[in-house]
Design a protein around this ligand. Structure first.
Ligand code: CA2
Length: 145
């Protein structure tokens, strides 16, 4: 059975608590339940983790190279400036898909830059929680490795 690691970065544990017009009313727990349930239906084991710490996310990315078939990552604001997370993604061979809940390209200029997307298979941005589901579908269709 395929197993996918879903990583959420800084502040995503605050989902549903503020800025519902940008990020929706649902919480991180809701997101994690939805993607886990969706994965099960597709015969994919989905493990979800969230950290506010850059180093923790980097350790998990490295670990995934041995233990998972692919990663779906929302690096939060690290997207826009973390060369360390970019290098971690570039250092593994397993496919990585970047997801953003909001359409970062329609927002402040600093959010329109992703230093991580170029080392990912691609980026899904602006589809809310659905973006994670779209990424699971991509892996399910067998294009991910
Ligand atoms: O749209 C996305 O998924 C983002 O990756 C979310 C990040 C943001 O820094 C990126 O530019 C785009 C942070 C999301 C958490 O921010 C919150 C703010 C208020 C309430 C809850 C979450």
């Amino acid at each position: 059975m395929m197993n996918i690691l879903i990583l959420n970065g800084p502040n995503l544990n605050r989902l549903g608590k503020r800025e519902p017009e940008i990020y929706g009313k649902e919480t991180l727990k809701d997101l994690e339940e939805q993607v886990t349930t969706y994965g099960k239906k597709r015969n994919i084991t989905v493990e979800t983790r969230q950290s506010n710490l850059e180093g923790t996310l980097i350790d998990w990315i490295h670990e995934a190279d041995e233990s998972f078939d692919g990663i779906i990552i929302n690096p939060g604001a690290f997207t826009h400036y973390s060369y360390a997370i970019r290098d971690a993604i570039a250092s593994i061979t397993k496919p990585v898909i970047e997801v953003h809940i909001s359409n970062v390209h329609a927002r402040e200029e600093f959010r329109q830059v992703s230093v991580t997307a170029a080392v990912c298979l691609g980026q899904i941005s602006g589809f809310g929680f659905e973006g994670y589901v779209m990424a699971i579908d991509y892996f399910h269709r067998g294009n991910g490795s």
